[in-house]
Design a protein around this ligand. Sequence first.
Ligand code: UD1
Ligand code: CA
Length: 431
Amino acid sequence: MNNKSIIILAAGAGTRMKSTTPKVLHKISGKAMLYYSIKEALKLSDDITVVLYHQASRVQEQMQKHFEGINYVIQDHENYPGTGGAVMGIKPKYEKVLVLNGDMPLIQAGELKKFDIEATIVMSVLELDSADGYGRVIIENGNVKKIVEQKDANEQELAVTIANAGIYQFETNFLLENLPKLSNDNAQKEYYITDLIEMAINEGKVLKPLTVNEENFKGVNSKVELADAEVIHQNRIKNEFLKEGVIMRLPDTIYIEEGVEIQGESILENGVSLLGNSKIINSHIKTNSVVEDSIIKDSDIGPMARVRPGSDLNKTHIGNFVETKKALLNGVKAGHLTYLGDCEIDEGTNIGCGTITCNYDGINKYKTIIGKNVFVGSDTQLIAPVTLEDNTMIGAGSTVTSDVKDGQLYTTRAKKRAVEGYFYKHFENKK
Ligand code: UD1
Ligand code: CA
């Protein structure tokens, strides 16, 4: 490690994405594409430079939430547009420099290690059925001759199915000496990094092509490719968990974001979404439930439950159409149709169907605290802030507006009235 500098190109507008969001901030499995490039680069180098231009401060701010010690530089895009322009002016610390495209979210450090080859340039090559969208690698007499961009290619070159994957290792001296020689005499009027290949060959330098696969080196230029790349990334995440012993019913229907942890023999049924930094430990997540930034331990939830950020469920059962948010539930049962927000509920407590913690008065949020062995009857509204002490009962249909003390029954139901024959009288009078 640390014998190589890394430059990540992330300045392009990404016009083919048809979006106001810069391309490298489009997400795969919940994280920006650029996040993955930087994460993998950090495994290999302590000299990482990210080249920005379009919405540079937005991209930089996003990345600084995750990483420290990265150099950010702004490309002189007006005068030197293109992937070659992007590397101009950078002074890598080490003798070798790896250049990565920021729109390759499937890249893994293990694959990048394969570039550890002695050569002036090591370039990555994809052998595809169709190289559409990529620069074509022109080979003559078994040797690479040059790279031609799709927009500059003639009919014969367009038919070539060997593509430039877009990752290169350069000897730093070669790069610094030859960048000033690039021209923008091409269809896009850009300075192409790919022109360095032909220059190296003409100078008699050693060029080594390295064949790589799209599973790792796929470039994302459109939303179609973004979706394709996410499928590959999702399969990678899910395969890892399957190998660790997680049970998944119909894994193709399950979505798990980068950052999720699953431990023990957890079960994920079809349609489950696990988002953010959720942690699932020995739990059963049933069909179509969504868990976001929450911890679920020794519990079962759903089908169709929604666990929102800041929830912590331990030895708990929540059933269909139960929504939690910032809810600490320890040994609780809430079987159906309930909203539990900003609350702490302790063991042995049963929350009846249709219970609502009314946590918001339109201005502030308030807490509901419920102790042990509490029985909350169905269709109860708990007007927070409110505390139900241990061993209390709430009558069904109550609106609880004050604290309930140990041992009490609390009920706000109106007195029962049953009027004989009223139905018939009511409708006869209308006729
Ligand atoms: C590039 C290669 C192409 C290769 C493909 C692989 C060139 C000229 N072409 O094409 O041969 O097959 O990648 O995916 O290099 N960028 C900048 N500054 C710029 C322009 C782009 O930093 O002025 C960044 C982009 O943000 C992106 C990366 O460089 O992360 C690649 O740019 P992009 O426009 O996507 O290049 P491709 O057309 O895909
Ligand atoms: Ca690209």
